[in-house]
Write a protein that binds this ligand. Structure first.
Ligand SMILES: Cc1ncc(COP(=O)(O)O)c(C=O)c1O
Length: 380
C-alpha cells in the first residue's frame, strides 16, 4: 500500500488469499467493467435485476459451501442484518453470542420477539438460554435461532460450532453462522469454520462476505432451498434495492474459480500465518487465543501509547497496522491486529517480527508514554 507517498508493508487488510492484486482478477474486473459498465443490471433482483451470471454465482457458491441454495447480498453487513430480520418473527427467540459482529447485533435489534445473549463461546450459558427459550416458544409456537460467528474477527478465536451443533441433539433450534473471516481461509476446501470443525452440515444459515478472502464487495447467504427461497421474497434489504452490478458478479466468479481450483492460495496464507504466529509466540508476545489467521498482539498501555506505537511503526519502519483500544478491549490493553495474507512473504514476516521486538523495548522504556500523539517519533 502507498500511504502519504511511501510504500508500506500492510497488515491491516483482509486480503487473505491475495486476490486483490492478482493479475487475473484485475483483468476479469476490468473486462467486466468494459463490457457491462457499473450500471447493469438496472433493477432489483425480483424486478429486472436478475441475470444468468447472478444465478451462476449463486450456484457456484452453493456448491463451494456445500449448501442447497444461495442468495447474493448487496453488502454483507446490510444483508446479514436483514436476513436475521426476515428469518424470525415475534413468536421466535434469537440467542446470540455476546461478541457478535455489529451486523448481527443490529439484526437482533430489529427482531420483535425475545432475544437472549450468551457470554462469548460459553456453552453452559448457551444451554441455560436454550432452556429458557424452549419454554417460551412452547407457548408462542415459535422457533429458536442461535446466531454466532465462524471466526471472531477481533481476537481470532473460532466460534464453538461443533459444541453448539452438538446441542441440537437436546434442543430444537436453527444455527446461523456469520463466517466472514472463515470463508476461504478455513476448512479442507476453504468452505470455512464449519468445514474446519466437521459440522458444515449443521449450519442451517451460512453467511459469507465478499469483502475479505474474495477482496471484493457484497456477500451471500446459503442454506436449504426452502429457506433461501423464503429469503428471496422476504429480505427487505434485497427486494427493495438494486442488485449487484455485473463487474462485481463476474469478478467474484473469477475469484471463486481461482481459489477453488488452486488450494495453493490457502496454503500460502497459512504458511505466512503460521510463520507470523509462531514467530510472535517464540519471541514472547501474547497473541491470545486465536485459532484462525486473525493475529492479535496484546500489549499493556493506554490509547496514546497505542497511537505512538502506530506512528513509530508507520513513519520509521514503513509498517501499517491497525490498533484496537478501549472500549473494544479493556482499559490498559492495546491490541495490534495483524491480518496475514497469501500476498505477504516470509521476509515480510521476519522484518515485522524484528520491528515488533523493537517496539516492545521502546514501550517498556516508556518512550511511547506521552500525553498526545508524538509525531516527533517520526524523526527518530
Ligand atoms: C464478522 C463480520 N460480519 C460481517 C461483516 C460485514 O461484511 P461486509 O463488509 O461485506 O459488509 C464484517 C466486516 O466486513 C465482519 O467482520
Amino acid at each position: 500500500m502507498s500511504f502519504r507517498g511511501k510504500d508500506m508493508l500492510v497488515w491491516s487488510i483482509n486480503n487473505y488469499l491475495g486476490m486483490a492484486n492478482h493479475p487475473e482478477v484485475r483483468k476479469a474486473d476490468a473486462n467486466a467493467a468494459a463490457e457491462y459498465g457499473l450500471s447493469l443490471p438496472m433493477g432489483a433482483r425480483m424486478m429486472s435485476g436478475n441475470t444468468n451470471l447472478h444465478e451462476k454465482l449463486e450456484s457456484e457458491l452453493s456448491s463451494f459451501v456445500q449448501k442447497e441454495d444461495t442468495i447474493l447480498l448487496n453488502y454483507g453487513y446490510q444483508g446479514c442484518m436483514s436476513a436475521i430480520d426476515a428469518l424470525v418473527d415475534r413468536n421466535d427467540v434469537v440467542i446470540y453470542d455476546s461478541e457478535s459482529h455489529a451486523c448481527i447485533v443490529d439484526g437482533v435489534r430489529m427482531h420483535q420477539g425475545k432475544r437472549f445473549v450468551f457470554p462469548h463461546n460459553d456453552i453452559e450459558k448457551l444451554k441455560v438460554q436454550l432452556e429458557r427459550a424452549t419454554k417460551l416458544v412452547a407457548e408462542t409456537n415459535g422457533g429458536i435461532m442461535v446466531v454466532t460467528e465462524g471466526v471472531f474477527g477481533m481476537a481470532g478465536d473460532q466460534g464453538l460450532l461443533k459444541e453448539i451443533a452438538e446441542l441440537k441433539k437436546s434442543y430444537e433450534f436453527r444455527l446461523f453462522v456469520d463466517d466472514a473471516h472463515g470463508i476461504g481461509t478455513l476448512g479442507a476446501t476453504g468452505a470455512g469454520a464449519g468445514e474446519e470443525q466437521g459440522v458444515q452440515d449443521e449450519i442451517d444459515i451460512y453467511f459469507g462476505t465478499f469483502a475479505k478472502a474474495f477482496a471484493s464487495i457484497g456477500g451471500f447467504i446459503s442454506g436449504d432451498e426452502n429457506v433461501i427461497e423464503f429469503l428471496r421474497y422476504n429480505m427487505r434489504s434485497q427486494i427493495f434495492a438494486k442488485s449487484l452490478p455485473m463487474p462485481i458478479v463476474v469478478g467474484n466468479l473469477k475469484r471463486l474459480e481461482l481459489f477453488r481450483n488452486d488450494l495453493g492460495f490457502k496454503e500460502r496464507l497459512w504458511t505466512i500465518t503460521i510463520a507470523l504466529q509462531s514467530g510472535l509466540r517464540e519471541k514472547g508476545f501474547n497473541i491470545g487465543v486465536t485459532n484462525s489467521c486473525v493475529t492479535p498482539v496484546f500489549f499493556e498501555g493506554g490509547t496514546f501509547e497505542a497511537a505512538n506505537i502506530i506512528v513509530d511503526m508507520r513513519e520509521n519502519h514503513d509498517i501499517f497496522c491497525s490498533m484496537v483500544v478501549y472500549p473494544v478491549v479493556p482499559k490498559g490493553v492495546i491490541m495490534l491486529r495483524l491480518i496475514p495474507t497469501a500476498a505477504h512473504t516470509l521476509e515480510d514476516v521476519q522484518y515485522t517480527l524484528d520491528v515488533f521486538d523493537l517496539v516492545k523495548k521502546r514501550l517498556a522504556n516508556g518512550e511511547y508514554n506521552k500525553e498526545k500523539i508524538d509525531f516527533s517519533l517520526a524523526a527518530k
